[in-house]
Design a protein around this ligand. Structure first.
Ligand code: BG6
Length: 495
């Protein structure tokens, strides 16, 4: 392959993200011929490992978590020769000198165009420390040959996100910084650009004249599981809305870019965030709803309420559900509500975007003819079903004139033979290629924080008296229904 030789250095090399996502993604890229012909993976962590032991650990992980099932032995044997381990202690100069030695060894071996990608799959409090070490030990290279990938969460609020951006920009250029939002790597999320800007059918309708409202709903059946410690300090607004859901909003709401170019696209997205109407403190209660799950039953088994999860305070005020109604103040979207909701321990795991179109201007069919009257809807299902549905009214076959809504469905399954790659395969390959399109630019992250900060402040300053306010396996708190029902709508789910 023509790709530049690449050295991956994974901080958090013994961590969960590497086990579940990064190692399987790198292996799959390798088996599908997308890895550079010369590459090395250097896992780092505090625990000591020999290369052999570390390779065995990763083999377990890849076997367990790869979308392609168990590895092929001959492939793995060759792949694993490129896996190494380096013990790192942030406070120890010696360990960084060792890492530097390893990197230089590969640089010498791989030749001139070798690039280094530092992947920070660690707790966020380590981001600045590691970046500073890379600087101190002169490992930061230049725009062509060195990149740093930063996992989420990028900051805890607007101020800390700004601080982190400032620190990073003192060490790297923006072209070297790859901020992950793994939703952007999802196949169906990438397709939104194609759907909107490679078809002439939809764009003329994609505005306030024809669209009535838009819903972005990302619900999960799982609870917080063993991430209670992290989640307590985060909550649904920080964990999902600030990043994933607002990115989806950008993709739905953005203007057409002039070309498929990273900065061009990110400019258009940031413009959407800047146009979102900021909330005044007194508006929060009518535009945002929070929830926290209580115990309940999931598939015949009793599951604990959030306050009884590991690592969670018994009186916790952290929200596990959030719904927000945004408006975008520009020509395209003036007056059109965007309803966002996300929650854990919900009745369904499903990420869907629904575009509800306005009603026909004049009804020629009487109520009894239209068995069910439904305005046109476009439903983009991101996961688990990967599909796009256009819901239209149709005459039911028969001698009577009776109408009902039907779905025109494009389903990935049945249309395409290949499985979609995992988001991390796409994102790692883009990092190798030096393509920042699917990564967050510094100003984007800050603009997104700016939008959610008033809600965060209001919620933090005022304890919710009704928590927990939704049962596990439900559709969330009643207030979330009321938020949308007040405007005459309801939350949509897939048929
Ligand atoms: C992560 C959140 O960013 O996204 C998790 O921290 C959440 O809380 C996850 O479960 C959802 O991602 P996906 O790809 O499973 O929809």
């Amino acid at each position: 392959s023509k790709l530049n030789p690449t050295i991956f250095v994974i901080f958090g090399g013994t961590g969960d993200l590497n086990k579940r996502k990064l190692a399987p993604a790198l292996y799959n890229l390798y088996t599908e011929g997308y890895m550079p012909s010369k590459f090395a993976i250097i896992g780092t962590g505090r625990t000591a490992f020999t290369d052999e032991k570390y390779q065995k650990e990763l083999l377990h992980s890849v076997n367990e978590f790869s979308r392609n099932g168990k590895v092929k032995k001959d492939k793995w044997d060759v792949f694993s020769q490129s896996i190494h381990y380096c013990t790192i202690d942030i406070k120890s100069q010696q360990t960084f000198e060792n890492l530097k030695g390893e990197i230089e060894k590969y640089q010498a071996d791989f030749g001139e165009n070798t690039q280094v990608i530092f992947y920070l799959a660690v707790a966020p409090n380590l981001f600045p420390l590691i970046a500073q070490c890379l600087h101190q030990y002169k490992l930061t290279g230049n725009e062509e040959n060195c990149r740093i990938v930063i996992e989420k969460p990028f900051g805890h609020d607007l101020e800390s996100a700004k601080e982190l951006n400032l620190l990073l920009s003192g060490i790297f250029t923006e072209k070297q910084i790859y901020r992950i939002d793994h939703y952007l790597g999802k196949e169906t999320v990438q397709n939104m650009m194609a759907f909107r800007f490679a078809n002439s059918l939809f764009e003329p309708l994609w505005n306030r004249t024809y669209i009535e409202h838009i819903q972005i709903s990302v619900t999960e059946q799982l609870g917080v599981g063993d991430r209670g410690g992290y989640y307590e300090g985060a909550g649904a607004l920080r964990d999902m809305i600030q990043n994933h859901l607002l990115q989806l909003l950008c993709l739905v709401g953005m203007e057409a870019p002039i070309s498929f170019n990273a900065d061009e696209i990110r400019d258009r997205k940031v413009e959407v965030l800047r146009a979102v109407r900021p909330f005044k403190p007194e508006e929060i209660s009518s535009h945002a709803v929070r929830g926290q799950y209580s115990k309940g039953w999931v598939e015949g088994k009793e599951v604990p309420g959030y306050r009884s999860e590991n690592g969670v305070d018994a009186h916790s005020n952290t929200e596990t559900f959030a719904a927000v109604k945004f408006f975008i103040d520009n020509w395209r979207w003036q007056g059109i509500p965007f309803y966002l909701r996300t929650g854990k321990r919900m009745n369904q795991t499903s990420s869907i975007i629904t575009i509800q179109f306005k009603d026909v201007p004049h009804h020629i069919f009487s109520n009894n003819v239209a068995e069910t009257w439904q305005q046109n809807r476009l439903i983009i299902s991101i996961q688990p079903e990967a599909s796009i549905r256009l819901q239209v009214q149709s005459k039911r076959p028969g001698l009577d004139m009776v109408l009902n809504p039907v779905d025109m469905v494009f389903n990935y399954k049945g249309t395409y033979e290949n499985d979609s790659p995992e988001a991390y395969e796409t994102l790692l390959l883009d990092a190798i290629l030096g393509d920042q399109t699917l990564f967050m630019r510094g100003d984007q992250v800050e603009a997104a924080w700016e939008l959610v900060m008033p809600i965060i402040h209001t919620w933090e300053n005022k304890k919710s008296l009704s928590f927990p306010n939704y049962a596990a396996d439900s559709w969330g708190p009643e207030e979330a229904e009321a938020l949308i029902a007040r405007d005459g709508y309801h939350w949509f789910t897939l048929p």
